[in-house]
Each structure stands twice: as C-alpha cells, then as structure tokens.
Unconditional design. Structure first.
Length: 139
C-alpha cells in the first residue's frame, strides 16, 4: 500500500497477507489507530477491497470474518468468527455478524446480532426476528 496524504484518516491497511476464498482475493487488515474496542496494531479479518470496510466509525472485521464483492460494513457494524458479508449485504448501526452467518443478496443488518444463518433478503431477517421474539415471549 502506498502512503498518501490521506493515510492519516485511515484506520486500517492491508497486512500483505492474502487468501483466496469463494473465487475472491481477500486481504488481511491491521488497525492503524485505536478506535472502539480495537487497539492500534491489532490484526483484523479479511476484506476484498477498501470499500468493504469504512474508515469511519467503530466498524471492524476481526478473526476469520470476511467481506467481499459489494458487501460493506460501516458505523459500528462488526463481522467476526467465520461471519461473511458479500454481494450487496450491508452490516451497519450496531449489527454484528459472527459464527457461520452469511449476509448476502440485498440484506441490510442494522441492530441485529446473529450467529448461524444465511440471509439473502431483508424479509428473511424480519421473519427470523419475529420467530426469535415469539420464542422469547413463550419462555
């Protein structure tokens, strides 16, 4: 990565480590400064390109989490574990994707934490939330 005058605003850079997953080239990231719960120098997860993870807010991709295609993470969104965001998936607000969850298609995940599902539409997320609430109410 070449240094530019704008690097002072960046919160991460590519480490140089790459891996190939689902037909994509993913780059591991490292934080350049402290923000949220992330400390400067912390090794992060994997993204395909800088547009996948905002340099603003407290959003982060950690562990083996990865974001590719037109997937994006912004605001306070977080992807960790083996969580994946791809296609037009968007994790923002306080959304957190972890475990084996895959956010893809046209899904926007804002205030939801999920750990083991694949969501391809917002309708699927809403139905899942409704069922979770019904389950909690029955307890």
């Amino acid at each position: 990565m070449t240094s530019t005058k704008q690097d002072g605003n960046k919160k991460y850079k590519f480490t140089g480590a790459i891996k190939y997953k689902f037909g994509r080239t993913l780059h591991q990231i490292i934080s350049l400064r402290d923000f949220g719960n992330v400390k400067k120098g912390e090794i992060g997860g994997w993204i395909e390109k800088e547009s996948n993870l905002s340099h603003q807010g407290k959003c982060w991709v950690s562990e083996n989490g990865h974001v590719s295609g037109n997937g994006r993470v912004s605001e306070n969104g977080h992807v960790s574990g083996n969580g994946r965001v791809s296609e037009k998936g968007w994790v923002f607000g306080n959304g957190w994707v972890y475990g084996s969850t895959h956010i893809c298609g046209d899904v926007c995940l804002k205030e939801v934490i999920c750990s083991r599902f694949t969501f391809k539409t917002d309708k699927q997320v809403k139905l899942w939330l409704q069922k979770e609430k019904e389950f909690e109410d029955a307890q």
